[in-house]
Design a protein around this ligand. Structure first.
Ligand code: NAG
Ligand code: NAG
Length: 370
């Protein structure tokens, strides 16, 4: 399996230092690239400039990483012109990435935000392990063939906030890993490949080491539209499904022939202090709920507004055999995590999102838009 191979190369247990021989350039033909870097949090806020531009507050809270041009409404041209800093290690990446937050529901009916942890992939780089409250971002180009980086103004949405049912083909695009113990226990398989550690919905049990969200975006583009009314129709998954695309032979549909990088987001939720079942509502399989009010997890979603400067993303995607944290050294301009922590955006909706809430902010106050 392609992902297994990549992740085996990247897995801390197998290769604590960056694997040798994978930093080299040499054109994209036949090569594979897995750029991975952390982004610390830029803000938690109840706005969504992709789905609900101009609206504050919106129907649910998000956690956002990336450039400081993030706002109630975002410019539709080159976002990198408007941002002056970013929370990502790739300091020319002024994109924004955001997901719903996770809450714990106490048996007394109150909700508390679940804190986030660093990432599982513990190379020595602090940008993977100390993004606390951030997101680990992956851009993967799977051989064979040319991968075309996103264009200025490009945006997309993965998942559907209003969905509450398992969708057969959602498998492998969107999942939750249930860590079996401390230090990311059980973290051996590639993400969202099925098996016992990954679940398409919120894991129906206590996860001793916490929970990780993985959201994989579509990898095919119509080559024309930077966005579409539902933020989805201009992109598509390969006809054979995302997993086979990441192994071999995946084909983009003729309507969406341009292969774009596989963007994947990874969020670690430190649920461990909520594992005492005496605090759980009676009769539930699990006590967590996304900030949308979704206690199934099937409505997990993520938003992307592209904002890399110039052709800096294309250059990295064109670098063959560039893997994981060591691949981030192929990013022309990088910053330290301390610089990233200094980049912040002020919240537009002033809400103490870490208090115990009687009900989730926004949920039920207004009709939900997906
Ligand atoms: C956000 O947008 C408002 C107008 O809607 C503008 O006044 C403000 O400067 C913007 N903030 C940033 C950080 O771009
Ligand atoms: C529920 O329990 C939490 C934790 O003890 C507490 O902080 C919160 O105020 C309680 N909520 C209600 C409605 O009693």
């Amino acid at each position: 399996m392609y992902w297994s191979t990549l992740l085996a190369l990247a897995a801390p247990a197998l290769a604590a230092p960056a694997p040798q021989g994978f930093g080299g350039g040499g054109g994209q033909s036949g090569g594979t690239t897995m750029l991975r870097f952390g982004c610390t949090q830029v803000v938690i806020d109840r706005i969504d400039p992709l789905v609900n531009p101009g609206q504050a507050p919106t129907s649910h809270i998000h956690q956002i990483v990336g450039g400081n041009a993030f706002n109630v409404t975002m410019p539709t041209d080159d976002v990198s012109k408007y941002a002056t800093c970013t929370t990502c290690q790739a300091s020319e990446d002024f994109s924004n990435y955001w997901t719903a937050n996770l809450y714990f529901r106490h048996k007394n009916g109150s909700y508390k935000r679940v804190p986030q942890g660093g990432s599982a992939y513990q190379f020595s780089d602090r940008f993977s392990t100390q993004t606390n409250g951030g997101i680990l971002v992956y851009y993967v180009s799977a051989a064979p063939g040319k991968i075309t980086a996103f264009k200025p103004g490009f945006r997309m949405l993965s998942g559907d906030a209003a969905n509450r049912k398992a969708i057969a083909n959602q498998k492998l695009q969107n999942c939750f890993r249930c860590y079996t113990g401390p230090n990311f226990g059980g973290d051996t398989a590639a993400p969202c490949q099925g098996g016992s550690v990954d679940h398409v919905g919120l894991p129906p049990k206590a996860c001793a080491g916490g929970i990780r969200s993985n959201i994989l975006f579509p990898t095919c583009w119509d080559g024309k539209n930077l966005d579409s009314p539902n933020h989805k129709d201009h992109v598509a998954y390969p006809t054979s499904g995302p997993a086979t695309f990441l192994s071999l032979g995946g084909q983009c549909p003729t309507t969406h022939p341009v292969r774009i990088p596989q963007l994947m987001l990874e969020v670690v939720w430190d649920t461990t202090k909520f594992n005492d079942k005496s605090m759980w509502p009676s009769g539930v399989q699990q006590p967590f709920v996304l900030s949308t009010g979704d206690d199934t997890g099937f409505g997990q979603h993520a938003d992307y507004v592209f904002g890399w400067k110039g052709d800096s993303l294309q250059k990295v995607m064109d670098t063959a055999n560039c893997m994981g944290a060591s691949c981030s050294t192929q990013v022309p301009v990088r910053q330290t995590i301390d610089q990233a922590f200094n980049c912040k955006v002020g919240a537009k909706v002033h809400e103490n999102y870490d208090q115990w809430f009687d009900k989730l902010p926004g949920v039920g106050d207004m009709p939900m838009k997906s």
